[in-house]
Design a protein around this ligand. Structure first.
Ligand code: FNR
Length: 362
């Protein structure tokens, strides 16, 4: 019947109406499919990073500080809600709840890609809530790497953002029928955005990871921080495949490197702060990423699932307990500060050790 035809056209991402409505549909699809991916956290590269237990080296919980200071970023907590959404009625409701959770817990928060607001001014309030409901929080506006510096700056201004996230997601784009096919201008455009943004720029993947060479190149382009957002959590090649009726490129699932691999690979790169995200399951994963050199750790899909299945109060409680437990684990490891965590003894095992051998990481 007509319902099935509409559903097929929706799944195929074919033009049911206008490009703006297509955009909106994609954003709602991303939320639905990402939440489904976060039903059960599975095994992870984080399991192959094992902090050693030294019973007499444990510290005093009252002396532990969660404050984290990079070259540019200076946050009271080493955890943030990563960029996700905005642009539709449903995602405006989500952003409202995320903004309140950020305000209650003090974690920095990123927006979803704001490209849509340059085409659809009606989308502006769905992003602005991140600032309006969270006036004293640290807010990152998010853009794709094709926007002009003027557009990027306008996104920052509209959100009253403290920093700008630029996402680089070629694997996701390749699986999207309507996605980009020419990525050769991204690097030059990122340099232009860095010059024009007016705030520090964070470049991030969306769950496929980054190499040492990419991080070095981004540093040379002037970015302040790189989020090596790796595989193992939200998988956008799988999400975009699920949005197609032809199966898409579902064999690309788990393309790329994990956050653990990204941090290890880039550990020798100076002059840029590393952030980590992608499949962070619990406070121990946060501590592992910090011990591997991350200045802070981002969570997206897992927190979105908590919000949409258990509600806003549950999300606030979850973030608060994560922050408490990150401090508890720091106490266990004898780390008073996030920087102290970098001196913790880590055993790197299994496939992650093999990755290190292949990449010459010591
Ligand atoms: C995302 N992510 C994302 N990233 C980005 O830079 N711009 C965006 O618009 C979006 N949109 C988006 C929507 C939804 C529903 C999710 C769950 C995620 C990617 C996100 O910031 C992060 O890099 C990955 O999701 C990996 O982290 P998790 O989800 O495994 O914790």
């Amino acid at each position: 019947g007509p319902g099935a035809a509409a559903a097929a056209s929706e799944a195929a991402g074919t033009d049911p109406t206008t490009p703006a409505e297509q955009d909106a549909r994609r954003k709602d699809d991303h939320v639905r499919l990402a939440v489904a991916q976060h039903a059960e956290p599975g095994p992870s590269d984080f399991d192959h990073v094992r902090p050693m237990n030294h019973p007499l080296a444990a510290g005093d919980r009252s002396q532990v500080s969660l404050r984290t200071t990079g070259r540019v970023l200076d946050w009271t907590v080493p955890l943030y809600i990563n960029g996700m959404t905005g642009g539709t009625a449903h995602t405006a409701t989500i952003n409202r709840a995320l903004a309140l959770a950020a305000r209650e817990t003090g974690v920095p928060i990123g927006s979803g890609s704001t490209g849509i607001l340059h085409r659809e001014p009606a989308a502006i309030p769905s992003f602005r809530v991140l600032r309006d409901l969270n006036p004293d929080g640290f807010v990152l506006a998010n853009v794709n790497a094709n926007l002009t510096p003027a557009q990027a700056r306008r996104s920052v201004e509209i959100l009253g953002a403290d920093a700008l996230q630029v996402h680089v997601n070629p694997a996701q784009e390749i699986v999207m029928p309507e996605g980009d096919r020419d990525f050769t201008r991204w690097a030059d455009n990122i340099a232009a955005i860095v010059d024009g943004a007016g705030v520090p720029v964070v470049v991030k993947e969306v769950g496929a990871g980054m190499s040492r060479g990419t991080v070095e190149r981004l540093r040379d382009l002037g970015v302040a921080a790189v989020d090596v957002s790796g595989r193992g959590g939200t998988d956008f090649t799988a999400i975009e495949s699920a949005r197609r009726t032809d199966g898409g490129m579902d064999y690309l699932a788990s393309w790329g490197q994990s956050a653990v691999e990204g941090l290890l690979d880039a550990s020798s790169v100076d002059g840029v702060d590393l952030l980590a995200s992608g499949g962070v399951r619990n406070p121990l994963d946060v501590v592992r990423a910090l011990a591997l050199g991350a200045t802070a750790v981002g969570v997206a899909g897992g927190f979105l699932r908590t919000l949409l299945t258990d509600g806003e109060a549950a999300l606030v409680a979850r973030i608060e307990s994560w922050l408490t437990q990150v401090g508890d684990i720091m106490t266990l490891l004898g780390a008073r500060t996030v920087t102290d965590l970098r001196r913790v003894d880590l055993l790197v095992t299994g496939p992650v050790r093999e990755f290190c051998e292949l990449r010459g990481v010591d």
